[in-house]
Design a protein around this ligand. Structure first.
Ligand code: FAD
Length: 480
């Protein structure tokens, strides 16, 4: 039987037997919603009425057993399918490129067990991050995962893209925050990684699913780390004269193990346009916002040494007000309402990560490539450095074109040309695009350029787990 993205009406009945008739949806309005995400391209095409492919059917399972049965149904009938969380990805990862079935996991939002002794919580992965955090806060705990899409994305979506939140410099990426995964594999079987991650009982296979963007299995449950709510959490802003000084101050703070929960350095453009506009800051340079949290005494010691490092790098202390204001408005300040990333502007983020000795070159090469290469379009490039490690950092570059060709073919070509310049600037200078937003369709075509060896290995794993490429085909450059 050939793979087909169209489901016959009698096949809907099979699905209704699994999840109940009210959870098998074929309405056009739901198909429209499920055929876009927050990627500029899907939205642009939607506005142009040049829609992306749509699913035939959307199903809403409520437990792992139902997901297993749906996957087995797709396997028998050779129907392409994918998992969808909040649909707030920005690379087309949850777009049903080959039609077929969308398995929307938002009904799978149960908290299964809170373990206050080992400090873990076991949850179904369709839960919105916001709801999980609210539950934990009521009990005196936190997961410390605060991505800007906190209100709209699910735990499963964040695991699948190996996402990071604003406190990642201390609490890490999703792969640092989860002990154990339960996954429905494309052969319809269940995989559960070992209950303890740090073992030497063979490889930790759970790692395969962080950043796999739902191409290798559907993650149904996760055992996540939790923390006590901090006794103290403090924020302060400094002004550095330029980007180099800011990166160096941040590097020293990280490599000396001062463990800030937040480190966020804005380039000159962002300082001028975002911080000036939103917080009335009347200064030129690069603002760095730093935060610490945990036990009061430890926080105070970390603050003292870090502020000294910032002073030694000629950082001007701007006090707490701007920084606290930023924290309190963190979901609004950088991401105003979504019209910013819809029409009429053309925009994309290309978050990039690299070791300290390479990161600045990548930034300047990207900036030059965009602003000089696309001058006739008044292309703007700006960035902030928001996830720091003791070996390197990542920045979040955005390009922005307020005017672009009205002809859709020309607009899409231009978009891809800018993306090419940026991705090549990163690859050729030792960086990795992407850091936390994922690849989806947006960066699929670059996967071989990033690393031929890595790409070939991904192909082998994909073929072994999903030989017919029914699960989320066309993402991560796999299974087209
Ligand atoms: C305004 C804005 C701000 C953002 N800020 C951040 C940020 O700070 N940090 C960050 O990391 N990201 C950020 N993102 C990106 C986005 O929120 C993440 O990519 C998020 O992981 C998507 O989760 P979702 O539930 O919306 O997933 P979806 O968009 O529905 O899916 C994303 C991918 O994950 C797969 N998937 C979803 N659930 C599962 C599952 N249970 N099992 C297997 N595969 C699954 C899908 O198939 C798809 O490939 C931002 C996006 C927006 C629009």
């Amino acid at each position: 039987m050939k793979k087909s993205g169209c489901l016959e009406k009698n096949q809907w009945y099979e699905l209704e037997k699994i999840v109940g008739s009210e959870y098998v949806i074929t309405d056009q309005s739901e198909k429209d919603v499920q055929s876009i995400d927050v990627w500029w391209m899907t939205r642009y095409c939607f506005f142009q009425q040049n829609n992306f492919p749509q699913p035939s059917v959307i199903v809403f399972p409520e437990n792992t057993e139902q997901v297993k049965k749906i996957v087995q149904f797709c396997l028998i009938n050779k129907i392409p399918y994918l998992a969808r969380g909040g649909g707030a990805g920005d690379g087309g990862g949850s777009i049903p490129l080959y039609g077929g079935l969308v398995i929307d996991l938002k009904r799978m939002d149960k908290i299964i067990e809170l373990n206050e002794r080992s400090m873990t919580v076991r949850v179904q992965t369709g839960i919105l991050q916001k709801h999980l955090e609210e539950f934990l806060n009521r009990k005196g705990y936190t997961m410390n995962h605060f991505p800007a899409s906190f209100n709209t994305s699910t735990l499963g979506g964040f695991i699948s893209t190996n996402g990071t939140g604003v406190l990642s410099s201390k609490y890490g990426k999703m792969s640092d925050m989860v002990h154990q995964l339960e996954v429905v594999l494309p052969n319809g079987n269940l995989f559960k990684s070992l209950p303890v991650r740090l073992h030497s009982t063979g490889p930790d296979y759970s790692r395969l699913f962080f950043g796999a963007e739902g191409t290798l299995g559907i993650i149904t449950e996760a055992l996540c780390k939790i923390y006590y709510l901090p006794e103290k959490r403090s924020f302060r802003a400094f002004l550095l004269s330029n980007l180099q000084k800011g990166i160096e101050a941040g590097r020293q703070i990280m490599v000396k193990g001062l463990n800030p929960c937040l480190l966020r350095l804005y380039d000159e453009y962002d300082t001028r346009h975002i911080l000036q506009k939103q917080y009335g800051l009347e200064k030129e340079g690069c603002v760095l916002i730093i935060g610490f949290d945990g036990m009061k005494k430890i926080v105070e010691a970390q603050e003292e040494v870090s502020y000294l490092i910032l002073e030694q790098n000629e950082g001007e202390d701007l006090g707490e007000k701007l920084a606290i204001n930023w924290w309190n408005n963190r979901y609004r300040s950088y991401y105003p309402p979504l019209d910013y990333i819809c029409e009429p502007w053309m925009t994309a983020v290309m978050d990039t990560v690299a070791p300290y000795e390479k990161i600045e070159t990548i930034y300047w090469e990207m900036k030059k490539g965009v602003e000089e290469g696309f001058k006739p379009w008044n292309a703007i490039f700006h960035a902030h450095f928001s996830h720091w490690y003791d070996w390197g950092t990542s920045f979040y570059p955005t390009f922005l074109l307020k005017d672009f060709p009205s002809n859709p073919h020309k607009a899409i070509r231009l978009y891809n040309q800018i993306l090419d310049i940026c991705v090549q600037a990163s690859i050729q200078n030792g960086g990795v695009v992407n850091e936390h937003h994922g690849i989806g369709m947006r960066f699929s075509r670059f996967m071989q350029d990033v690393s031929e060896e890595n790409y070939n290995f991904s192909q082998i794993i994909k073929k072994a787990l999903d030989p017919e490429s029914l699960l989320n085909p066309g993402k991560l450059g796999l299974g087209e």
